[in-house]
Design a protein around this ligand. Structure first.
Ligand SMILES: C[S@@+](CC[C@H](N)C(=O)[O-])C[C@H]1O[C@@H](n2cnc3c(N)ncnc32)[C@H](O)[C@@H]1O
Length: 294
């Protein structure tokens, strides 16, 4: 690769090289150009929201060497950019990330930002549970969205909870977010006004075909058993007992819609729209959870 003249041209060259190398996206970016911009700007210590003027600046030989070094690492190791750089953003909010926890990208963040869950949150005081909190991003976004809320963040992985703790402190929310190790709802207190949950839901066939980038993330964060429903089955039986009468569970199921409706044919939920489609995030009221119990 010859040395490009400007930062913008470097981004274009890196984008093409990433595509030729067949790197997988979906862990913070969806387009090669965005992944390339992240790689180049991070390598040059430039802000990710650099404007056109900054992008048209001349690239020096040592700068290009730095970019090439990062590019080689990205391609050889298949390490996602978020792990290489140690940072990821969700709804514009920065989070520390490292391979102890999955990279933040939950669609529940979009639903939150749209205000679709506000009606479940009382004005004076609210209790929210982020079950499977992982990196803590949803707990942080809930606490930011609803200043009157106390948020519990539960996860089975103490490694992930250590990352969540860094993010809670980074955003100064340790007074309102309580992190706790828990297998499912075992150590949940409640009752909650809202439970949000982005659980491990990837079915076994899909797990077997995961691109190498995703294998850098903890298996525990992804693998949901044969049909992806291993975590969700007991959750749907137990969740009502942890909700106020007006409460609801918001659950992300990714691409597992067919497995979900096959596993829970009697359950009625509201499918919430997101950028990934209308069948990936479902809201289930406490009443609906009770009615679907066997
Ligand atoms: C898909 S990740 C979600 C992380 C984070 N909420 C997010 O959206 O980025 C799923 C999380 O569930 C956790 N987990 C897996 N099995 C669990 C269990 N039995 N009880 C509690 N948490 C579990 C994993 O450690 C992982 O952090």
């Amino acid at each position: 690769m010859g040395q490009p003249a400007t930062v913008e041209q470097a981004i274009a060259a890196v984008s093409q090289r990433l595509q030729e190398a067949g790197v997988a996206l979906g862990q913070g970016t969806l387009r090669p150009r965005d992944e390339a911009a992240w790689l180049v700007l991070w390598s040059l210590h430039m802000p990710l929201d650099s404007d056109d003027e900054a992008l048209s600046t001349t690239l020096s030989a040592p700068q290009w060497d730095r970019v090439l070094g990062s590019l080689e690492r990205r391609i050889e190791s298949r390490m996602p950019m978020a792990y290489l750089s140690g940072e990821a953003w969700l709804q514009g909010v920065p989070f520390h990330v490292d391979p102890r926890a999955i990279i933040p990208r939950s669609l529940i963040a979009e639903v939150l930002a749209e205000g679709l869950l506000d009606e479940f949150i009382p004005n004076d005081q609210a209790d929210v549970l982020d079950l499977c909190t992982g990196n803590g991003s949803l707990a942080v976004l809930c606490a930011m969205a609803w200043p009157q809320a106390r948020v519990d963040g539960l996860d089975l992985s103490t490694d992930a909870l250590a990352v969540a703790d860094m993010n809670v402190r980074r955003h100064g929310l340790q007074d309102r977010i309580h992190l706790q190790a828990s297998d499912g709802l075992a150590h949940a207190s409640g009752p909650y006004d809202l439970i949000v949950c982005n659980p491990p839901y990837v079915n076994a066939d899909s797990m077997a075909q995961l691109p190498p980038e995703f294998r850098h993330e903890p298996d525990l964060a992804l693998a949901g058993g044969p049909d992806g429903m291993n975590f969700i089955r007991p959750l749907l039986t137990q969740a009502a007992s942890f909700l106020h009468p007006h409460g609801a569970l918001v659950l992300e199921i990714g691409h597992e819609f067919e497995h979900f409706v096959r596993a829970f044919p009697r359950l009625s939920g509201w499918w919430l729209p997101s950028s990934a489609g209308d069948e990936q995030v479902v809201l289930i009221t406490r009443d609906a959870l009770l009615e679907s119990r066997p």
